[in-house]
Design a protein around this ligand. Structure first.
Ligand code: GBH
Length: 483
């Protein structure tokens, strides 16, 4: 019995609780420690007008210098793990593996040592979108050579950091990177290539992930005994018309299944429904071939099974309905699904983020059903606001989403093993600059010291972690007593 009085749920034994960040969003020191230029450095410097407040990640939270303070905050929270990402050009300033920058490497070694000293497991993302700018000038993810370049980088990371890291993630959110960075002009490198560019980018990213996995599996796993997986963003989908389960499935396959099917399904390859839909719609648009590139059977076999866990990033849901063929040319228009929201869903500071905890439970169930109950690591879940230390809306969001996750575990038998709040710190929120805040800890970006102040959600989450149970109310006396 996992429920006890007053609607309180316990976490399963061995469940891991943590928080997450990404290099470009927190580190700063963009040209320090011998670091090379990343595509995000270049893009924000070239296009300040594309960032809502004209800002960039040059200094961000200054975690390059303040990582000890960050680890102290994590230790105060009592987390089991900390998910962070490595800046590729900080370790390999030329991009290639010909020059290894010891100073950059030492930053991550020190961070990892500091975490381990406080009994916090490092969860390391190899790539959270900030590849060396030099490779972008050669086409970035539209160039299949990226598969080789990122593999060389991954090998350096495994060799240098792997002895002390048991959890690796290859690539964060391929479809956000490819959709917003290559299809549109919303994230670096802002290539604006439309759907053909997105399909091509995804094709190369998927191959890169598989190669990274095989390198770890063949060359390092035996000695390092860790796990490695990919992190996919799966938004929830609730049908507009209850009978329209086709729309829910189509949304899932286009959003999440695109990469997940190739890796986690028994048959591998892109989802069948996606292949036929994109082929039909490409033909209608006058193309002689489908815009979705083909994976050869060798690649299908090579990619299948290349993730030890399902890394899930989840924030929000959409209402979906099946519609006649869309006229639009965005990649999502190929799905024949129209997305909308329910205006009654509570808002956050981000246009795209509404509070829909039921959608979280549904997506966990869908992933579990589609891929035969894989271990799921929730690697990001969180809520944005504009400011303030008394962040009761964040607390109620986290409460309702964690509850939905625990019900998916207990009521639906899903195999969720870990959960990370996005984010430890307020940070550089990509195109939104510093205007939307996701942190458990407030960062003062006008203060050169980047002073950190825990918000109320820190106190709340600390209490959850310490007691291993989810209490339905923000119990002030309890919270204060554990502070
Ligand atoms: C995560 O992606 C990132 O991994 C993380 O770095 C980031 O800080 C965090 O989210 C918060 O944003 O409805 O067309 O406006 C989340 C992925 C972000 C993808 C918002 C879609 C806008 C879509 N989503 N984005 S739209």
């Amino acid at each position: 019995t996992y429920v006890f009085a007053n609607d309180t749920l316990y976490f399963p034994k061995d469940f891991l609780l943590g928080t997450a960040t990404a290099a470009y969003q927190i580190e700063g020191g963009w040209n320090e420690s011998g670091k090379g230029e990343s595509v995000w450095d270049w893009w924000t410097h070239e296009n300040p007008s594309l960032i809502r407040d004209g800002s960039n990640g040059d200094v961000a939270c200054d975690s390059l210098h303040k990582y000890k303070e960050d680890v102290q905050l994590l230790s105060d929270l009592g987390v089991d793990f900390y998910r962070f990402s490595i800046s590729w050009p900080r370790i390999l300033p030329t991009g290639y593996a010909n020059v290894i920058n010891q100073e950059g490497l030492n930053y991550y070694k020190n961070l990892i040592n500091e975490l381990l000293a406080k009994d916090i497991k490092p969860f390391v993302t190899l790539y959270h979108w900030d590849h060396p700018e030099i490779f972008e000038r050669m086409g970035g993810w539209t160039n299949e050579m990226m598969v080789e370049w990122i593999s060389d980088y991954a090998r350096v990371v495994f060799k240098e950091l792997g002895p002390k890291v048991k959890y690796f993630m290859s690539i964060n959110e391929p479809n956000v990177l490819c959709g917003e960075g290559y299809g549109e002009n919303v994230k670096a490198p802002g290539k604006n290539l439309g759907s053909p560019g997105v399909f091509l980018c995804m094709h190369n990213v998927l191959k890169a992930h598989a190669k990274i996995y095989h390198i770890y599996d063949k060359e390092f796993r035996k000695y390092q005994e860790g796990t490695i997986g990919i992190v996919l963003p799966c938004s929830g989908a609730l049908p507009k018309n209850p009978n329209d389960t086709a729309a829910v499935n189509m949304h899932f396959q286009f959003n999440c299944g695109w990469i997940a099917h190739a890796i986690f399904s028994k048959t591998g390859d892109y989802p069948e429904i996606m292949k036929t839909h994109v082929a039909d719609n490409s033909k209608l648009a006058g193309f002689s071939k489908s815009l979705l590139p083909e994976l050869s059977s060798e690649w299908v076999q090579y990619i299948k099974g290349t993730s030890d866990f399902f890394g899930l990033n989840h924030y929000t849901s959409k209402i979906v309905e099946t519609v006649p063929r869309m006229k639009g040319e965005g990649w999502y228009d190929f799905s024949g699904v129209k997305q909308s929201i329910d205006p009654s869903w509570p808002k956050s500071a981000s246009d795209w983020l509404r509070v829909v905890p039921d959608g979280f439970r549904e997506i966990i169930k869908k992933i579990s059903k589609e891929y035969d109950n894989p271990p799921i690591y929730v690697m990001e879940n969180g809520f944005s606001d504009k400011c303030c230390t008394f962040d009761h809306l964040r607390i109620s969001y986290l409460y309702s989403y964690i509850k939905a996750m625990l019900l998916a575990i207990y009521e639906d038998g899903c195999n969720v093993k870990a959960y990370a709040v996005w984010s430890l710190l307020d940070n550089f929120e990509w195109g939104a600059g510093y205007t939307e805040r996701f942190g458990l800890v407030n960062v003062n970006f006008t203060d050169s010291n980047r002073t950190r102040t825990p918000k109320w959600s820190t106190i709340w989450y600390k209490n959850i972690i310490a007691t291993r149970k989810l209490t339905s109310i923000f119990n002030l006396p309890t919270a204060i007593s554990v502070l």
